[in-house]
Design a protein. Structure first.
Length: 325
């Protein structure tokens, strides 16, 4: 059957009809808000390359999150931003039970017990060289890093984190973290693994925000080559085998094919990270009047859902809560 019997426009005639046949949705419950928690007190500083996002000290983080939770915020992922004087070669501040993320998690879970609190587990913001692992003779050591990541994850769990999210891309870290968590009795703490994390140019604003740019070289010896998709599926398979609960693909929009392939290959929840550069692009264009910000942002996020992501990490969360509210 074809035109003139078939007319797809019939189902686009009114918004109520369009809504009846809409295939994909975007709901606040599917979103995770990335937030930056910085050592100190009384700090609330806007991040220049990420307008609308802040460095917050732990006590002000709670004040920031409370109204968002009332507006429907379901989950946050926390990134620690320690002071320069807290950084060292082995990232000791990352697994200090009194560290900045640990303090923030405890305060958040105390004030808002239903909020899902996820913590980023990676050494780069805590090392003086800015790499995600232990460095020796200019090389990033895989196996020596695992123990530190596991300590960091356990410390976050002890503070009350619901899920930990390793973003370092060391081989075997999901298994090491799972084993350490279980060994300390944290069998209910989940792992959202940055499984297919690409060596992307779109992390630029984040590295300014987290003060985590590598001091030498780049991250291509551990993050994935943007040319590869088979390897991404292999990474997901390995992480799931090691006990990951939610594998993540990152960034999102340049990797929609990877999200789709992962959706088809695995029957687990899939997360996608709409990263800082993806946020900054829309912000920058909207600031010049070149894009309609809500329309462009909602379209981008819906596209990530349509590709197959169940949950999305995005800096647009506070705005989406307003736009959809
Ligand atoms: C840390 C980490 C990064 C991001 C999340 N965790 C930066 C990096 O790998 O350099 C990027 C997030 C974003 O750009 O929004 N390993």
């Amino acid at each position: 059957m074809a035109f003139p019997i078939v007319r797809p426009r019939r189902l686009r005639r009114t918004e109520t009809i369009r809504r009846l046949v809409r295939e994909t949705d975007l709901r606040p419950a599917q979103l995770v808000y990335p937030m930056f928690v910085r050592t100190g007190r009384g700090l609330r500083e806007e991040i220049p390359s990420m307008p609308g996002n802040y460095h917050l000290s732990p006590e002000l983080l709670v004040d920031e999150v409370r109204p968002l939770a009332e507006a429907g915020l379901a989950a946050v992922i926390l990134f620690g931003v320690p002071g320069e004087d807290e950084k060292d070669a082995r990232a000791a501040a990352a697994y200090d039970d009194d560290g900045v993320v640990q303090q923030a998690v405890a305060r958040l879970k105390d004030a808002l017990p239903d909020l899902v609190v996820i913590t980023d587990v990676c050494l780069c913001a805590y090392t003086d060289h800015g790499h995600c692992g232990v460095v020796e003779d200019g090389r990033i050591l895989n196996d020596a890093t695992l123990e530190l990541l596991a300590r960091m994850a356990v410390s976050h769990a002890r503070a009350g984190a619901d899920l930990v999210a390793p973003s370092d891309m060391m081989d075997g870290r999901v298994g090491a973290i799972r084993q350490a968590l279980d060994g300390e009795g944290f069998t209910d703490v989940g792992i959202m693994a940055y499984s297919a994390k690409y060596a992307s140019a779109f992390y630029g604003p984040f590295r300014d925000a987290a003060h985590s740019a590598p001091g030498f070289g780049d991250r291509r010896s551990y993050q994935m080559d943007p040319a590869n998709i088979r390897e991404a599926l292999r990474e997901l398979e390995l992480d799931l085998g090691e006990g990951a609960d939610i594998p993540m693909i990152k960034p999102a929009l340049p990797y929609l094919d990877v999200i789709r392939a992962a959706r088809e290959a695995f029957d687990v929840p899939i997360a996608a990270y709409h990263v800082s550069g993806e946020y900054a692009m829309i912000q920058a264009a909207a600031a010049r009047g070149w894009l309609d910000e809500p329309a462009a942002a909602l379209e981008a996020l819906l596209g990530i859902r349509r590709a197959g992501a169940d949950l999305i990490l995005t800096y647009f969360v506070p705005k989406v809560l307003q736009w959809l509210g």
